[in-house]
Design a protein around this ligand. Structure first.
Ligand code: A3P
Length: 298
């Protein structure tokens, strides 16, 4: 494992861990390999639920929604436990039914998840809004994985050596999309951020059915109300979520998650040239799967 600190030609700084030629988030503990092995061998149960997302795709929104449905109660749950950043004894000791999360690419998830021995919910968001959300998030962190301007950020985002969990948004999305289409053992629900924005209720019904939990209309309506952007933002700002890790931040030591929560914010940040370059790379990298993904940008 090699700790990499790169400076681009504009003076922007990118930090990550390189393991077996691949790029991983610098905050994955130790030499990366040991943690990946523990994750792969995580012991799971049929009532476990694994949430999978690329960073800034609506993880907290999905978690709070799915967790209320899984538990059958309207209760804010904060931030999910992430298996690649965690001492896995924390996951072993969680109360059942468990719900945990990963940003890792498909190939690194627990073997039992690949065999269909627990349920997976995957949430994808359009990469332009992901990039926009991610740059603002990074700019609020101390010791961030990226420090610098948006142009440099976008160049790094379009490459494979970025703050990912084995490659770019493109690699992540491609691998997950291929897995869901080709592995018949997977118990997976594939969702889109933009669909959730457009019709949250339908998505909540889908999640409840997938989890085989209470799907009574009155309860689902309450969940829908509770996970609205303003509600989650308020809960996050006032209840759970304070931690030493984020104490340097302005918002009372909480991770800066709830920002705008809209589709199409990228239009306020991308220049025409940046947008054209992005589209070119998207075409090139996603050519073979863009039809089966149908990414929506506004
Ligand atoms: P923006 O930065 O574009 O506002 P994650 O949880 O994966 O870090 O994702 C964070 C993104 O999800 C942020 O996007 C945040 O505002 C958005 N988000 C969180 N809860 C939301 C909700 N209830 N409705 C819409 N967007 C939400």
């Amino acid at each position: 494992m090699e700790y990499v600190r790169k400076t681009d030609n504009q003076g922007n700084i990118i930090r990550f861990k390189r393991f077996q030629g691949r790029c991983f988030n610098k905050d994955i503990p130790g030499n990366v390999g040991d943690q990946l092995e523990k994750v792969a061998n995580l012991q799971c149960r049929p009532d476990d639920v694994l949430l999978c997302t690329y960073p800034k795709s609506g993880t907290h929104w999905l978690f709070n929604t799915a967790r209320m449905l899984q538990m059958g109660i309207i209760q804010y749950s904060g931030t999910p436990e992430m298996i690649e950043h965690q001492d896995l004894r924390v996951i072993d000791n969680m109360k059942f039914p468990r719900m945990f999360h990963t940003h890792l690419n498909y190939q690194f998830i627990p073997k039992m998840a690949k065999d269909g021995q627990l349920k997976i919910i995957y949430l994808v968001r359009n990469p332009k809004d992901v990039a926009c959300s991610s740059h603002i998030f990074q700019s609020k962190l101390q010791n961030a994985s990226y420090t610098g301007n948006f142009d440099g950020f976008l160049n790094a985002f379009l490459s494979e050596e970025f703050l990912g969990y084995d490659g770019s948004w493109f690699t992540h999305t491609k691998e997950w999309n291929t897995a869901r289409l080709t592995n018949p053992d997977l118990k997976i629900l594939f969702l889109k951020f933009e669909d959730m924005k457009k019709n949250l209720h339908t998505n909540i019904v889908q999640i409840a059915k997938f989890l085989e939990v209470n799907d009574e209309e009155r309860f689902l309506k309450k969940v829908e109300e509770a996970v609205g952007f303003e509600n989650l933002k308020k809960e996050h700002a006032t209840r759970l979520g304070e931690s030493d890790r984020w104490k340097h931040l302005g918002d009372n030591g909480r991770m800066p998650i709830y920002r705008k929560g809209i589709v199409g914010d990228w239009k306020t940040k991308f220049t025409v040239a940046q947008n054209e370059k992005f589209d070119e790379v998207f075409e090139e990298k996603m050519e073979d799967i863009s039809a089966s993904l149908d990414i929506v940008y506004e």
